[in-house]
Design a protein around this ligand. Structure first.
Ligand code: GLV
Length: 341
């Protein structure tokens, strides 16, 4: 029996997605592309999306798939978009909600992995690990006092922008490194302040006080270019900026200017306004910049758990049950859940 159609936008996601769906009376359609999850190039062409949005009941998408209002308006039978990511900034969630489409995502399971990467980048910057690696490979002779002298991590002040789950996990790690931790967030979190011994600061004060600034805030229209030229100028000349959230929270041109003119000591970026970052990009020319290709959640365990959650979210909606993580709970009153399989 052929049941509702489910479209999966990549063929290289963890196999649990395919095996779980295969157990159900559904028809699976899959795009054969295998590029990285954030890659727009690996996303199916628009005509394929339009066809799938018209014919399918559910879709599994990733960060590189831009699901905008015009595509959502093409949908006919579609009731669930399950994204294999915590971020939903590639989906017009409002448009989906208006059309009664459930948007589900994978928070929580990737929190610790992303926080680990943030600390890894911070330490790599502070202790010039990547520069050291390059010098050793190049056979450099360390004969100059001052070579590779880094900055202290313990005792330094870390400013966290956005105290959601990931920001809180970074704060916990930083406290274990004996750092002073301050944070800025849209809403103050007194319980976390008390539990972790961290302090709230207005954004401008945080930027001027921190030795390291880690961005973990969600991407929304309000946080686009939150870190702009004016705010970069507030940072200490010896401070470092680390972004593990979304590229467009930082104005890239302003950051390049800040690095060129020495307003800050360096930056580590896992996310970019343009992904993949072209290897010829100005950012790639700085020795004091560490670049990673959007690998915050990239551990086998975390990616496996994200896949389990993504597929379970989708299955729950098909079965008329509340998904594990719903990005648009308002949809429940627009299209009440009912079993389809
Ligand atoms: C990663 O950036 C995610 O949103 O899952």
């Amino acid at each position: 029996m052929v049941g509702p159609c489910i479209f999966i936008s990549r063929s290289n996601l963890p196999s649990v997605i395919y095996t779980q769906l295969n157990k159900l009376p559904v028809e699976i359609r899959m795009w054969k592309e295998t590029g990285p999850m954030w890659s727009r190039q690996a996303s199916p062409p628009r005509e394929v999306w339009v066809e799938m949005f018209k014919e399918c009941t559910g879709v599994v998408v990733t960060l590189g798939d831009v699901i905008d209002r015009s595509l959502i308006n093409e949908s006919d039978k579609l009731i669930v978009i399950s994204t294999y990511s915590v971020g939903v900034d590639h989906i017009d969630v409002k448009a989906a909600t208006e059309r009664g489409i459930y948007v589900t995502h994978t928070p929580e399971v990737l929190v610790e992995a992303v926080a680990d990467l943030a600390m890894g980048l911070l330490i790599a910057l502070a202790r010039k690990i990547v520069q050291g690696d390059k010098l050793v490979r190049a056979g450099a002779i360390f004969d100059k006092w001052g070579w590779l002298l880094g900055s202290e991590v313990h005792g330094a002040t870390l400013g966290i922008i956005g105290l959601g789950n990931i920001g809180t996990a970074v704060a916990r790690r930083a406290r274990a490194f004996n750092m002073k931790v301050i944070y800025w967030s849209r809403t103050r979190k007194p319980q976390i302040e008390f539990a972790l011994g961290i302090e709230y600061r207005p954004l401008e004060a945080l930027l001027s006080e921190s030795d390291y600034v880690v961005i973990t805030v969600a991407a929304t229209p309000e946080t686009r270019h939150l870190i702009n030229e004016e705010r970069l100028k507030l940072m200490k000349r010896g401070a470092y900026l680390i972004n593990v959230a979304r590229g467009d929270i930082v104005d890239t041109n302003a950051l390049v200017k800040a690095l060129k003119e020495g307003w800050i000591a360096g930056a580590a970026l896992d996310v970019f306004e343009e992904e993949p970052l072209p290897s010829t990009h100005e950012l790639a020319k700085f020795d004091n910049v560490v670049l990673t290709p959007h690998i915050g959640s990239a551990t086998s365990e975390t990616r496996e758990r994200m896949a389990e959650v993504a597929v379970q979210n989708l299955i729950n909606v098909l079965m008329g049950k509340r998904p594990l993580y719903l990005a648009n709970p308002e949809v429940l009153s627009i299209r009440p859940l009912q079993p389809l399989i």
